[in-house]
Ligand binder design. Structure first.
Ligand SMILES: [Zn+2]
Length: 102
């Protein structure tokens, strides 16, 4: 039964589809930016400790992680991507990241 202020199942599906489409477009745009930045540039270093950053793909979001202090860095666009991830997938991804650190 529909209640005021509560999205119906159809609306939830609509938003999930819209998010998936948005994520796909955003991913393509960020990949283009990343490729442009990487050409002719040296390896990214950690702004905190100067260690080397490596990229981890978490549910299509690319996260830069420091191999020394394990600082986790996000581009502005990537942070916005994280906010659009389904919550369950996000929690699983963060859990996986934490597990790899140990
Ligand atoms: Zn670091």
């Amino acid at each position: 039964m529909w209640e005021p202020g509560k999205p119906s199942q159809n609306e939830n599906e609509y938003f999930a589809r819209r998010d998936a489409e948005w994520l796909k477009q955003q991913r393509a745009a960020l990949d283009r930016e990343r490729a442009a930045r990487a050409s002719g540039h040296e390896r990214l270093t950690c702004p905190r400790c100067g260690g080397s950053l490596y990229v981890r793909d978490v549910e299509h979001v690319k996260i830069d992680i420091c191999d020394t202090c394990h600082g986790t860095w996000l581009d502005a666009g990537e942070l916005e991507m994280v906010l659009h991830l389904p919550r369950a997938e996000l929690l699983q991804a963060v859990h996986d990241l934490e597990a790899r650190r140990r």
